[in-house]
Design a protein around this ligand. Structure first.
Ligand SMILES: NC(=O)c1ccc[n+]([C@@H]2O[C@H](COP(=O)([O-])OP(=O)(O)OC[C@H]3O[C@@H](n4cnc5c(N)ncnc54)[C@H](OP(=O)(O)O)[C@@H]3O)[C@@H](O)[C@H]2O)c1
Length: 252
């Protein structure tokens, strides 16, 4: 058995129209999986799936907004009708809004929590039953260093990611005997649209470099190995864990 081979597996990645989700989708395709690219932007769905197909893998785009249970169920059903199964689910769709606690608007709180936390639960509820039926599956929940440590202005985001890590443990416990492994990844800052403003602000950019033991932001390809590892047979006896891909940020 090749410990890192995903040939014949189907992976569904939410929010894979750009950023870390797109990186995860491309990584899983490289390891051999067929890919359900999920998101809201139809042009990006087409672009990412076409580019993955060009590497010789099956990839199809599916419209899926994690804020609506109905849309989640419809999207997951379409993926299942198309591929016949989902072996790997990467819960990744997320968003952020950064202001101090006393200024935090209620509607932004709702948006962040509903997207980053409730959205993961809704997608898992739609996808995991068929994994349980087959007795095997992998769920990866994209957390963040802010699932473990705090930072000013990250109120709803840090609460959502702390919740994701607890959700990961509860799901892992409930499905451990049914073959479904549930783990989380906690990345530090990687250059994506979500953190563009911070990347373009020299003061904040340098704060992150200085705060990180390895002295820099992550490069997108540095996420690939962990995504493949947690999706592959190599991690079959690991569940309920978070792996931080963070250049050491969460050591202290
Ligand atoms: N970048 C970082 O430094 C970093 C660090 C730690 C953790 N993360 C986590 O990694 C994940 C991806 O972040 P990113 O940096 O790649 O962000 P990004 O570049 O802004 O991409 C976010 C993705 O999520 C999708 N999305 C947002 N709201 C959605 C919704 N309601 N329904 C469906 N899809 C939705 C977006 O699709 P649309 O195009 O439709 O908006 C997009 O594909 C998030 O969970 C984030 O918290 C990121």
């Amino acid at each position: 058995m090749n410990l890192f081979d995903l040939t014949g597996k189907v992976a569904m990645i939410t929010g894979s129209t750009r950023g870390l989700g797109e990186t995860a989708a491309r990584a899983l395709a490289k390891a051999g999986a067929d890919i359900a690219v999920c998101g809201r932007n139809l042009d990006d769905l087409e672009r990412v799936s076409t580019e993955i197909q060009a590497t010789g893998r099956n990839a199809t785009g599916f419209e899926l907004d994690v804020l609506s249970k109905q849309k989640v169920l419809r999207g997951a059903d379409r993926v299942l009708s198309h591929f016949g199964r989902i072996d790997i689910l990467v819960n990744n769709a997320g968003t952020n809004y950064r202001v101090p606690v006393l200024e935090y608007p209620e509607d932004k709180w709702d948006l962040i929590i509903n997207t980053n936390l409730k959205g993961y639960f809704l997608v898992a509820q739609a996808v995991v039953p068929q994994m349980i039926e087959r007795g095997y599956g992998k769920v990866i929940n994209m957390s963040s260093i802010f699932g473990k440590v705090g930072l000013a202005t990250q109120l709803a985001y840090a609460c959502s990611k702390g919740g994701v890590e607890q959700m990961t443990k509860v799901m892992a416990l409930e499905w451990a005997k049914q073959g479904v492994r549930v783990n989380a990844i906690g990345p530090t800052y990687f250059e994506t649209d979500m953190v563009k403003q911070i990347r373009n602000d020299p003061k904040r950019f340098n704060f992150i470099n200085e705060r990180t033991p390895m002295g820099r932001w992550g490069y997108l390809p540095e996420l690939e190995g962990t995504v493949i590892f947690l999706s592959a047979p190599a991690s079959d006896f690991i569940t309920g864990q978070t792996i931080y891909v963070d250049g050491g940020w969460t050591i202290w």
